[in-house]
Design a protein around this ligand. Structure first.
Ligand code: F0G
Length: 463
């Protein structure tokens, strides 16, 4: 009889060539710094943060090939070599002829939704990311999320909880009239709904629905490589396809693709808008030139475009993607083993902790998610973000909070930055959280702006 093979430690498929020191702070210091930041981690100085899980956006480490590519950036105003390189890679991936480089994802959103939006228009998505919703609403249009009911339960284990609810989309189109629909947007993976993937089957069905009503289908795909990993391993029929082939197939379904390159293009800054339609591309290019830059660099320098072109190839490396998805799962699995509820299954770029169940003594009006965010900083110098009623809550006419569907806290993992021991530290801090959570009574908002309030709002603890 052969003994089963012991599972080996998950190792990072890279070694470290340059180091960035991290400052260790004490809990006493952090009590003061958090207070000064109005109990909002967005307002903390990064020097006061030990492990930064605020976002996976623009926080990754570039490879030696990307850094080498930066040295070869062609900074010509028009028709640069680096632009041609980027255009080639992006056309190959998306199958779309028109490639517009922007300085980040939301600039692409502003251009596209500024043109498609406006008063009376309606946008439909599995879940609009916060900047997507803000750009749509800023144009005067309205945005509806169509997530299947089961996806709003953090505990249900389903392979593709990021999917769009097709029946709900159909109902909304009929209710509002097809001529009023600005676009249907598939967010891949579905960031605000737990980083959950979207299946190819769902994307194909959405394409058919858009064709039936003659609607534009946009893929917001900044984590398209991570989504491809889940399709290959969870959806029958894709086992023998490469990650890149899966991404190509999905992107080809769209009429437009928006990408914040700060995620799966493995760079610190950049964005893309790609389009199939010639006329729409002309309109978008005009706005690009007015607000971002000339068509062959948009919001980017030549070296940025070089790094994106290289990153968009590297991200589909099978060892990288395996490490990426499994290391995120490692954090989630350890929290689950402590009895902490997280959105399941674990998504690609982040672990989403269900703060409503962890801090079940705090009512939603006192923001249990913000309570956990503050405790993680106080106990461990860990920075993360609330994805609940601070981010998505609204008020009714009487000023009463209409809470978000879930009260989550996102622990987003920067790409190729933290090692397993850093993540083990985060796991240990949760023991302290569990021990002292009852001391936390929640928070109250003391200042909030009109749009995207979570970035700049201030809070005070409930005593
Ligand atoms: N779409 C999705 C799905 C995103 O996750 C983001 C950014 C954007 C669009 C906007 O891109 O930041 O380059 O302007 N998400 C970051 C996050 C900020 O932390 O999840 P951007």
């Amino acid at each position: 009889m052969t003994t089963p093979k012991k599972q080996r430690t998950l190792t990072e498929p890279f070694k470290i060539k340059m180091v960035e020191p991290m400052r260790v702070t004490t809990e006493e210091e952090r009590v003061e710094t958090l207070k000064t930041a109005g109990y909002n981690p967005f307002l903390l100085r990064s020097d006061d943060v030990f492990i930064d899980l605020l976002t996976d956006s623009g926080t990754g480490a570039m490879s030696q090939n990307q850094w080498a590519g930066m040295m070869q950036g062609d900074e010509s105003y028009a028709g640069a070599r680096s632009w041609e390189h980027l255009q080639r890679v992006v056309r190959d991936l998306t199958g779309m002829p028109h490639v517009l480089p922007t300085h980040q994802g939301r600039a692409a959103e502003r251009i596209l939704y500024g043109i498609l939006g406006g008063k009376g228009k309606v946008f439909i998505s599995n879940t609009h990311f916060d900047t997507t919703r803000a750009n749509i609403e800023f144009s005067g249009a309205i945005a509806f999320d169509c997530l299947p009911a089961e996806a709003n339960d953090p505990g249900t284990e389903l392979p593709f909880k990021g999917n769009i609810d097709l029946q709900h989309v159909r109902d909304l189109i009929i209710e509002h009239g097809r001529e009023n629909i600005g676009a249907v947007i598939l967010t891949v993976t579905n960031n605000s709904a737990g980083g959950q993937p979207v299946s190819m089957e769902n994307a194909i069905s959405l394409r058919k629905l858009c064709d039936e009503f003659g609607l534009l289908m946009v893929i917001d795909g900044c984590r398209i490589a991570e989504n491809s990993y889940f399709v290959k391993h969870r959806e029958p029929g894709f086992e023998n396809k490469t990650y890149k082939e899966i991404a190509q197939q999905m992107l080809n379904l769209g009429d437009a693709f928006i990408m914040s390159a700060k995620k799966d293009a493995l760079v610190n800054m950049g964005g893309l808008l790609t389009l199939k339609d010639d006329k729409l591309a002309v309109k978008c290019t005009n706005l690009l030139i007015i607000s971002e830059g000339f068509a062959t660099y948009g919001g980017l320098s030549g070296r940025d475009m070089e790094a994106i072109a290289i990153g968009l190839v590297e991200v589909f490396d099978k060892d990288y993607l395996h490490y990426r998805i499994k290391s995120t799962q490692y954090l989630g699995d350890h929290l689950i083993s402590k009895g902490i509820q997280v959105v399941r299954p674990i998504g690609g770029h982040a672990v989403y902790v269900d703060a409503k169940s962890l801090y079940n003594h705090i009512p939603v009006e006192h923001y249990p998610g913000q309570a956990l965010v503050c405790d993680l900083y106080l106990k461990g110098g860990i920075r993360c973000v609330e994805v609940g009623s601070v981010m998505f809550g609204k008020y009714d006419e009487k000023g009463k909070l209409i809470p978000a569907a879930m009260e989550l806290v996102r622990l987003a993992i920067p790409r190729r930055v933290y090692t397993q021991s850093h993540i083990d530290f985060v796991i240990d801090v949760f023991d302290d959280i569990l021990e002292s959570k009852h001391e936390n009574k929640g928070y109250q908002i003391t200042y909030e702006p009109e749009f995207l309030r979570h970035f700049t709002a201030s809070f005070k603890p409930i005593m």
